[in-house]
Design a protein around this ligand. Structure first.
Ligand SMILES: [Zn+2]
Length: 110
């Protein structure tokens, strides 16, 4: 990866960190405990609980993504950034841009 590519990837990671942090914040709001006396409007309590568990699932995924992105950002200046952990091949920059938190190439993912 040359320094231009590195810059592009770095900006992309920083952008995604901001986006992921925002959605984590939203999801935290949505996964607050449901008060028994709260007025739920047209939602029944059961629906609210279902919704909450879906949001909790998304929250876990988002937190996982965020830690992957932050660790990718901290490794971006390493000589082996963009090198597959398993086969030691170069990971194509298109893939790095798509999933910057991934540390293996597509072949090793299987
Ligand atoms: Zn590989």
């Amino acid at each position: 990866m040359n320094s231009d590519e590195r810059d592009i990837v770095k900006k992309e990671i920083e952008k995604r960190i901001v986006e992921t942090r925002n959605s984590i914040q939203e999801l935290r709001e949505l996964t607050k405990p449901i008060q028994p006396d709260v007025s739920l409007g047209r939602l029944t309590r059961m629906e609210a609980i279902n919704e909450k568990s879906i949001n909790e699932d998304s929250l876990r995924k988002a937190e996982h993504t965020l830690s992957g992105l932050e660790s990718a950002l901290s490794r971006i200046d390493d000589v082996d950034f963009g090198i597959c952990l398993r086969c030691k091949d170069k990971i194509p920059s298109a893939r790095i841009l798509r999933v910057p938190e991934s540390r293996v190439c597509v072949n090793c993912l299987k």
